[in-house]
Design a protein. Sequence first.
Length: 505
Amino acid sequence: MPNATAVVNLDIEGPTISRHLYGHFAEHLGRCIYGGFWVGEDSETPNEGGIRLDVVEALRALNIPNLRWPGGCFADEYHWRDGVGPREERPRMVNTHWGNVEENNHFGTHEFMALCELLGAEPYISGNVGSGTVREMSEWVEYLTRDGDSPMVRLRKDNGREEPWKVTYWGIGNETWGCGGNMRAEYSADLARQYATYCRDHGDNKLYRIASGASDADYKWTETLMQQISCFGCDATPRNFFQGVSVHYYTLAGPWEAKGSATDFDTDDYYRTMLAARRIDDILTGHSTVMDIYDRGRTVGLVLDEWGTWWDVEPGTNPGFLFQQNTMRDALVASTHFDIFHKHAARLHMANIAQTVNVLQAMILTDGDRLVLTPTYHVFEMNKDHQDATSLAVHLKADEARRTVAGTELTTVSVSASVKNGQVLVSLSNLDAEEPAEVTLDLRGGTLGDPVARLLTAGRLADHNTPEQRETVAPRPFDGVKTTDGGLTLTLPPHSFLTLQAPLT
């Protein structure tokens, strides 16, 4: 049995793990909005103002911190005025990116803001740079956030909302290197400065403007953006055009043209997936290093506002709807990502899984009035007390816990820890498909009280939940934690995720 030791320094506090690292993403894509979040006021499915309440209840249990909307690629063909006013009078459009289906605009700005209020989540709105105008986005900011009297304020009041909303997070375009306009980095960076200039702070609503950033390891794109606000090696605070820079990274086991099945895969596919998931550490390190050169004080945030697994769609479903099942493999991709996010908490300000309902690596799958919580959902729930906690220094010695994948060494144990309100939370993953791992937690600089542990695993890596079998992959109490001199020991089953919580004494 492979052994691993994690030295946890209980008295060495690191940066705060922003709750926004546990953010979500909802696009007008497939059944994410319609049938996922929105069922309409006449639906027999319990709803409030057309918003599906069982989905809201499930997400509130995660302490969902933010929700990104309306895209994705859809954002850059979405014109917000089409989605306000009486629903029966809203113009229709064609969603050319996702399924070439007609969009009736019944779910628009007011519906989204009502959803965020029900969720207790901060809205993150992606503006249309690809096919929109500076004026259009500027007026959207005014419509949502300005008080007093102005053309957009009067329009908002005419549409039934007297008081402005608080909307901090605004995306300046999406994937401008691709579906958001196929732009060059230099042109996109100029637009980011221009749009940011006209996206105003109204009253006490201060915007956090996020410039459309790179795909994967395109560090040159990040550098081009950073050059708009600072200079190489400058000590000065960057100019305040935008406060965040985005990056997107998806985990794939194979080539884009043949991503593979979400449920039918072998151990080689699994290990390739885990290796690809671990690559996010290098991606974040690369972009952070570039940003450090131009922003030593780390005042500009890195925003991973799309991440997750991407498989071939389920057989018989619309290929433009990106509906895929969600297995124990997906859960371990998520748990590994979170350990890496915690490591990068000093620079990484936000991360948004793609996507929340019925699309890609979803939290929730719906089937009519039935709802399924996925294995990935449970990782978010088990990890939720890391939100706004103080990260703790962890050093992992795992020489035995390794696999060679395509000539590359994969460490098969992953760990992170944090403390909040006197409670320490340790997250542990065993990525080995077949072998358990004996893990020792070498606790230094303090002691812990009685631990409470929960385990997420399954008989097979491909196990998943369905409307008929909703608890195939679900967390269970774990009583295998043993106290030793100076620490704790436990045996992690193969392909498992565990959280351990205990008071700091």
